[in-house]
Ligand binder design. Structure first.
Ligand SMILES: Cc1cc2nc3c(=O)[nH]c(=O)nc-3n(C[C@H](O)[C@H](O)[C@H](O)COP(=O)(O)OP(=O)(O)OC[C@H]3O[C@@H](n4cnc5c(N)ncnc54)[C@H](O)[C@@H]3O)c2cc1C
Length: 404
C-alpha cells in the first residue's frame, strides 16, 4: 500500500505541483480526487480543518499542503523518509540554452530553441504551465478553442518536447551571470549554460492584512479553480477589480450562494465583456470604493472581513466563509536581484529584442512585461528570446547566423 495519500481535485495546479514533487523523487502515492464528491470534501475538512487542496498524508499523518511538501523536499527530509538517493551535481555539463519557467513564455522559447537544434533544457519551477494553468478558461489565445487552459499548456509542452526540448521539474535557486558559461543552481543540480532565457512570470500579490496568513487555506485562497468547491452554497468575497478578479468571481458563482466583489475604486479595471457578465449575474454583488482591512475568523476558519470605505472611512463587518484574493501580481525576480537590471517595480528590463543588460541572458513574458501580461504576449516574447539566444550562441561560436 502506498505510504502517501494525496487529496486533489480537477484543475488544481497546486495538486499538480505536489504530484510532481513526489514523481520527481520516484515516490508512489495514492491520489483521491474529491472533485464533485461532497463526502470526501467534508472528510478533508474534518481531518485537517482545511478548506483547500492538495492535502497530503504520509503514513497516516497529515503533513499539510504542497508548500509543506516542498519544505520537506528542500530540507532533504523527503529524501530521508523515502531513502531517495541524492543526485550528483558535478556542475560540468554545458547546455546551449537553459529556460527558466514553464508558462507560455517558457514553452514558446523551448519550442523555438528546440527547432533550432539547441536542445534546450526547461526548468519548470513549481508551477508547470504557469499562471495559465491556474485559470478556469482562456478565450483569447488565438487558435485555441479547447476545453481548458491546462490542455493548452499540455499541448505547448508536448510540442516543445517533440522537437527535443528537455523538461525538468525543478526550481532555480541561484544564478551566476558574472561567469560565462553562466552557472544555474537548482534544488538538485548545478548546470552551466551558454545562454539563459528567464520566463519566471509573476505570482499573486498578497493583501498583507491581519488574518491573511493565519486563515490561509482555512477560507483564504488564491486559486478559485482549486478551492471553489469548498464553498458550495456559502457566501464568499473576491478582492480585486481586474480581468482575473472578474473571471474568478464568475467562476465562483458556480459554487457559492453569493459572491461579493470588493473593489477599491468606483469602476472596474476589467474588460467590457467581463463587466457585462458580472452586472448580469444575480449572484454577484459589487462592493465599491472599499478595501479589506482585516480577515477575521475562529477555530473553524474565516468568518468575516472588516472593510473600510475609502471615500467615507466608514468601517463595516462583512460576514463571509471565504476570501479569494485577486489583486494583481508581482514579478518573480527575487533570485535576479543584484544580478540583472530591474525596474522600480521589480520587473526585468529588456530591450525590444528581449535582451537584458547581461549579454546572453534574455527575458520573456510577464517577468518583463508590466503592461500587457497576457499569454499571447508571453508566448511571442518567448519565441523572440529563443531566436535571439540562437543568434547569440552563433556569434560567440563565430558561426554565421542566417538573415542578419
Ligand atoms: C486568474 C488569471 C486569469 C488569466 N486569464 C488570462 C486570459 O484569459 N488570457 C490571457 O492571455 N492571459 C490570462 N492571464 C495572464 C496569463 O496567465 C499570463 O500573462 C501568462 O501566464 C504569463 O506567462 P509567463 O510564461 O510569462 O509566466 P507564468 O505563466 O507566470 O509562468 C511562470 C513560470 O515560471 C516558473 N518559475 C518561477 N520561478 C521559478 C524559478 N525560480 N525556477 C524555475 N521556474 C520558475 C513557474 O513555475 C512558471 O512555470 C491570467 C492570469 C491569471 C492569474
Amino acid at each position: 500500500m502506498a505510504r502517501v495519500k494525496i487529496y486533489t481535485t480537477d484543475s488544481c495546479p497546486y495538486c499538480v505541483k505536489a504530484k510532481n514533487i513526489l514523481g520527481s523523487k520516484g515516490i508512489e502515492y495514492e491520489e483521491i480526487n474529491i472533485h464533485g464528491n461532497e463526502e470526501l470534501r467534508d472528510e478533508i475538512e474534518k481531518l485537517t480543518g482545511r478548506r483547500d487542496v492538495p492535502q497530503i498524508f504520509i503514513d497516516g499523518s497529515h503533513i499539510g499542503d504542497d508548500d509543506d511538501l516542498e519544505e520537506l523536499r528542500v530540507s532533504g527530509e523527503l529524501d530521508k523518509m523515502f531513502s531517495v538517493e541524492t543526485q550528483n551535481d558535478n556542475g560540468s555539463e554545458i547546455r546551449n540554452v537553459i529556460i527558466i519557467g514553464s508558462g507560455p513564455a517558457g514553452f514558446a522559447a523551448a519550442l523555438y530553441a528546440a527547432r533550432a537544434s539547441l536542445k534546450p533544457l526547461v526548468i519548470t519551477g513549481n508551477e508547470i504551465g504557469g499562471q495559465v494553468a491556474k485559470t478556469n478558461d482562456i478565450e483569447n489565445y488565438p487558435g485555441f478553442q479547447g476545453e481548458s487552459p491546462t490542455e493548452l499548456m499540455k499541448i505547448m509542452q508536448e510540442q516543445a518536447e517533440r522537437f527535443g526540448a528537455e523538461i525538468r521539474f525543478d526550481m532555480v535557486t541561484e544564478v551566476d551571470f558574472e561567469q560565462h558559461p553562466f552557472k544555474i543552481t537548482t534544488y538538485d543540480l548545478k548546470i552551466l549554460a551558454k545562454s539563459v532565457i528567464i520566463a519566471t512570470g509573476a505570482s499573486r500579490r498578497k493583501l498583507k492584512v491581519p488574518g491573511e496568513e493565519e486563515f490561509s487555506g482555512r477560507g483564504v485562497s488564491y486559486c478559485a479553480t482549486c478551492d471553489g468547491f469548498f464553498f458550495q452554497n456559502r457566501t464568499i468575497v473576491v478582492v480585486g477589480g481586474s480581468d482575473a478578479a472578474a473571471k474568478e468571481t464568475l467562476f465562483l458563482t458556480r459554487f457559492a450562494s453569493e459572491v461579493h466583489l470588493i473593489h477599491r475604486r468606483d469602476r472596474l479595471r476589467s474588460g467590457a465583456i467581463f463587466q457585462e457578465h458580472l452586472f448580469n449575474n444575480e449572484k454577484v454583488d459589487i462592493v465599491w470604493d472599499s478595501i479589506v482591512e482585516e480577515i477575521q475568523g475562529d477555530e473553524n476558519g474565516v468568518t468575516a472581513v472588516r472593510l473600510k470605505n475609502v471615500k467615507t472611512s466608514e468601517q463595516t463587518i462583512h460576514p463571509t466563509k471565504g476570501v479569494f484574493i485577486a489583486i494583481g501580481v508581482v514579478p518573480n525576480t527575487e533570485i535576479f536581484q543584484g544580478k540583472l537590471e530591474l525596474n522600480e517595480n521589480g520587473y526585468i528590463i529588456t530591450d525590444h529584442r528581449q535582451r537584458t543588460n547581461v549579454p546572453g541572458v534574455f527575458a520573456a513574458g510577464d517577468v518583463q512585461d508590466q503592461i500587457y501580461r497576457q499569454a499571447i504576449m508571453a508566448a511571442g516574447t518567448g519565441a523572440a528570446a529563443a531566436v535571439e539566444a540562437e543568434e547569440y550562441i552563433a556569434e560567440i561560436e563565430h558561426r554565421a547566423y542566417p538573415g542578419r
